[in-house]
Design a protein. Structure first.
Lengths: 326, 520
């Protein structure tokens, strides 16, 4: 029966980790896990959460997208051009923002599916060159956004902050698409065995490409939500967010091997976890040079768990000869 | 030669109302002909058994029919009209269902999702999948082949046999009129095989046409109405099954009358014990296994699929862990879970998954053969390889084993047929001259001629003083090859038979552990 227990734990690592993180940080920093604090954490989770949703799609087909941080920056730059320099409406700013995300997502998709470049390298190039392009435009000067944008962050619908609402909508839409549409189920199929998917007549390149486009759009949207909250975009905007998103997805049980994971509850829980850990470290006044080390360790741990789970499930899945007797 | 051409009369060339016809189909790969003017027709409502050695062209012919490959010459007629598929989708659309040997299932999806992955039923005017309708239709399709599993079950939770049946149900769901079954029974239990045969017979009564490819000639004889034999890309015989009993099929396949399917026994066990396993146990896998292998002895390990034979061999070799018990080579205790130690003591393990575990597919035949014995060809101090000597040794082994290739140095292992790949795996270990050889299903999926070579090689090894533990599900071959047969059932050794006591029925009875609930 021990094997059943360990199988249960491995299939539900996310929940186990989630509880663990809350208990540990609840004990480490008293008064940290208050309702008010949690709301702040959730609100701050929304932008990284949206990016994590896009990342989840890419990971599901066995890819990776390192360029989301740079896409955030580029789309913010585009928004600034429209809103600050051209003095157009903030809605056109949103359109420009998402448009840039879509374009760079499509560029990644093209490089991965048509040129056959390994996703890690293709998106690494977009990440480096994209950041460079953004800095070329801004000359590293910080961008400030007018009230028309920042006021969006204060909008509440039914008592819920707009950014949380947007995040909830993105999660709900993504979860429904993954679970209930042909496209979603086929993404899982591609992630499980691309060769078999090809033989089954699925349009594998198109399916894989769509995830990069979606990831690009999600990165731009996440970036916009963040701009509305903080009102300014420094030169380092979005930097390292790709790792937060990957870590959140993996903590949430999305496998780097492809084909395994969910947006709800998986990626959502992973995102909240990452933010709770980050906020907890700040609340405990952990040395800022120690913080990245701890984050690195946690990401390592999440990836290790993913690898172990992969290995272990394979082993446990093997037949048990003598138990077949009864 | 001409003896095997009989039965290919003009009446077979243009029968009335054939469901499918090949007319002079040819195909070459890199100038090497693999199909030579094959003309063959398939009658509606009949089962055609297609047999031939590995590399005879069966797969190529079926791939041409299934739209995977395009023929170089010749024509095909589907129900009398010309048929030129450009891709597998065309074949499907034309009503040809191809059940491939390897499974194309997504283990992370449910049975129902796998059945409908190509076109999910959706709720009206939405992109949402109609899960209820999908489950219902899946249940119907599964019921057709007598498979009792939930449509919502994830494929990763199914047994290999169940997966194979799901694959078959998937093709059935497309309601083709012509079926191609390529080795469908390799992972099926006896009971599941029975189910499949019922399905095939039912299809036949509904006027479907079936091409059934298998190395298990007994199955072909049981199922097929007609038999077609391919050899070296040529159709050498066709005719009613009644005229082609298994021995005749074999002689057509190999083109000569094999004196027998098995070589004469050349080895005899000696006193010295090479391998001694005592009380080997691992909860849930094996329990208190004791066995010995003597010098020059071939010990057969027989058992039904899933009885724990492979797992036992893996533990002995040190690939898998075990909780209790000891493994001794000569007088020395072998450490647990350390295959390197096992190799150093002269043990070799030829696994059943030659594709996954035994071969480097993209590497040349010669390099594959040389792999294990490499250290012996290194210069004393610098460790440089003595290339010439290695080359000679590998080439000699390849020739001894009749590995069919144009160049051992240039040709990658993946270019070989299944039987020749298996010979490369054997050659690799033989070059290292192991004292103890563990072989797991060395003849699975390879043709009669290659099997004969494999038996000869293993017998020769035993004659030179090695001890062999020979795992097989084919009792016939163990009866011919082994000095002693051990029978395994659900993780325990339940019987032992000396060569003098060999009798098919008794061994089988032990394997099924008579008196127990008999699982076929």
């Amino acid at each position: 029966m021990g094997s059943r227990a360990s199988r249960g734990i491995l299939r539900n690592t996310t929940f186990v980790l989630f509880v663990l993180v809350f208990v540990v940080f609840g004990m480490l920093a008293r008064n940290f896990l208050t309702l008010g604090n949690l709301q702040v954490i959730l609100s701050n989770s929304s932008y990284i959460g949206i990016i994590t949703v896009g990342m989840t799609f890419v990971l599901l087909v066995g890819g990776i997208d390192l360029s989301v941080g740079s896409i955030m920056y580029l789309s913010a730059v585009a928004t600034s051009l429209v809103v600050n320099d051209l003095e157009l409406s903030p809605w056109l700013g949103v359109v420009a923002c998402l448009g840039v995300g879509l374009a760079f997502g499509a560029l990644n998709a093209f490089a991965v599916t048509r040129l056959g470049i390994v996703p890690f390298i293709a998106t690494l190039v977009t990440m480096i060159a994209g950041r460079g392009l953004g800095l070329l435009v801004t000359q590293s000067v910080q961008l400030d956004f007018p009230d028309s944008i920042t006021l969006l962050a204060t909008v509440r619908l039914g008592g819920v902050q707009l950014n949380i609402l947007i995040y909830a909508l993105v999660v709900a839409a993504a979860a429904l698409f993954l679970a209930y549409t042909s496209w979603g189920r086929r993404l899982y199929a591609v992630g499980n065995d691309p060769e078999a998917a090809r033989k089954a007549g699925l349009k594998v390149p198109r399916l894989i490409g769509s995830t990069y486009v979606l990831s690009g759009v999600c990165a731009a949207l996440g970036g916009f939500v963040s701009i509305a909250q903080i009102g300014r975009v420094p030169a380092g905007f979005g930097r390292n967010n790709e790792f937060d998103a990957i870590a959140a997805a993996v903590l949430g049980g999305v496998s780097l091997f492809g084909g395994v994971g969910t947006v709800f509850p998986g990626a959502l829980l992973g995102t909240v976890m990452i933010r709770v850990i980050q906020a907890g470290l700040v609340a405990r006044n952990i040395d800022i040079y120690i913080q990245p080390i701890i984050m690195g360790a946690i990401i390592f741990f999440a990836v290790l768990l993913d690898a172990l789970r992969n290995l272990q499930l394979k082993k446990l899945g093997r037949r048990n000869i003598m138990k077949m007797e009864t | 030669m001409h003896a095997s051409m009989e039965g290919r009369g003009p009446s077979m060339e243009a029968p009335e109302g054939a469901a499918f016809q090949f007319l002079g189909v040819t195909k070459s790969f890199f100038g090497v002909p693999v199909l030579r003017e094959v003309s063959l027709s398939l009658r509606p409502g009949s089962v055609l058994g297609l047999v031939g050695e590995n590399g005879a062209g069966k797969s190529t012919l079926m791939n041409v029919m299934g739209g995977v490959l395009r023929p170089d010459g010749g024509r095909m007629l589907l129900g009398g009209t010309p048929y030129q598929p450009q891709e597998p989708g065309d074949a499907r659309a034309a009503g040809i269902g191809f059940i491939h040997q390897e499974l194309n299932l997504f283990t992370n999806l449910s049975v129902a999702e796998n059945m409908f992955i190509e076109s999910f039923p959706t709720l009206r005017r939405t992109p949402a999948i109609d899960k209820r309708r999908m489950a219902e239709r899946t249940r119907e399709h599964l019921a057709q082949i007598g498979l009792d599993i939930s449509p919502g079950a994830l494929v990763e939770t199914l047994s290999p046999g169940e997966r194979q049946l799901v694959e078959i149900a998937k093709v059935l769901a497309m309601q083709p009129r012509i079926f191609i079954f390529d080795e469908p029974t390799t992972s099926l239990t006896a009971k599941e095989t029975g189910l499949l045969f019922e399905v095939i017979r039912r299809l036949r009564t509904r006027r479907a046409s079936i091409i059934y490819i298998s190395h298990i000639l007994g199955h072909v004889a049981e199922l097929a109405d007609e038999v077609a034999v391919l050899r070296n890309g040529e159709l050498v015989a066709t005719g009613p099954t009644a005229e082609y009993p298994v021995p005749r099929m074999i002689s057509c396949m190999v083109g000569r009358d094999l004196k027998s399917i098995f070589p004469p026994k050349a080895s005899a066990p000696q006193e010295e014990v090479l391998l001694r396993v005592e009380k080997l146990s691992q909860p849930g896998i094996v329990r208190d296994v004791d066995l010995t292998v003597h010098k020059g002895e071939i010990v057969g390990l027989f058992g039904l699929m899933g009885s724990g034979r492979t797992e036992l061999a893996r533990m002995i070799f040190g690939v898998d862990r075990y909780e209790r018990g000891t493994v001794r080579v000569g007088n020395g205790l072998l450490p647990r879970g350390d295959p390197r130690a096992a190799i150093e003591r002269g043990m070799a393990f030829v696994t059943e998954n030659r594709r996954e575990e035994g071969l480097l597919m993209n590497v040349s035949i010669a390099d594959n053969i040389g792999l294990v014995a490499l250290p012996e060809f290194a210069r004393a101090v610098t460790g440089h390889l003595r290339r010439r000597r290695l080359q000679e040794a590998t080439a000699q082994k390849a020739q001894e084993l009749h590995i069919k290739a144009t160049s051992y140095e240039a040709q990658p292992a993946k270019s070989l047929s299944g039987g020749n790949q298996q010979k490369v795996v054997l050659a690799k270990w033989l070059l290292a001259a192991p004292r103890i050889l563990l072989v797991d299903e060395p003849t699975r999926g390879i043709d009669v001629g290659a099997k004969y070579d494999v038996y000869t090689i293993i017998g020769e090894l035993a004659r030179r003083g090695s001890g062999v533990l020979y795992i097989s599900s084919e009792l016939e071959e163990l009866l011919a090859v082994a000095d002693r047969i051990l029978v395994m059932n659900r993780g325990e050794l339940v019987g032992q038979f000396e060569r003098s006591e060999f009798a098919e029925e008794r061994v089988m009875r032990a394997a099924f552990r008579q008196g127990d609930e008999v699982r076929p």
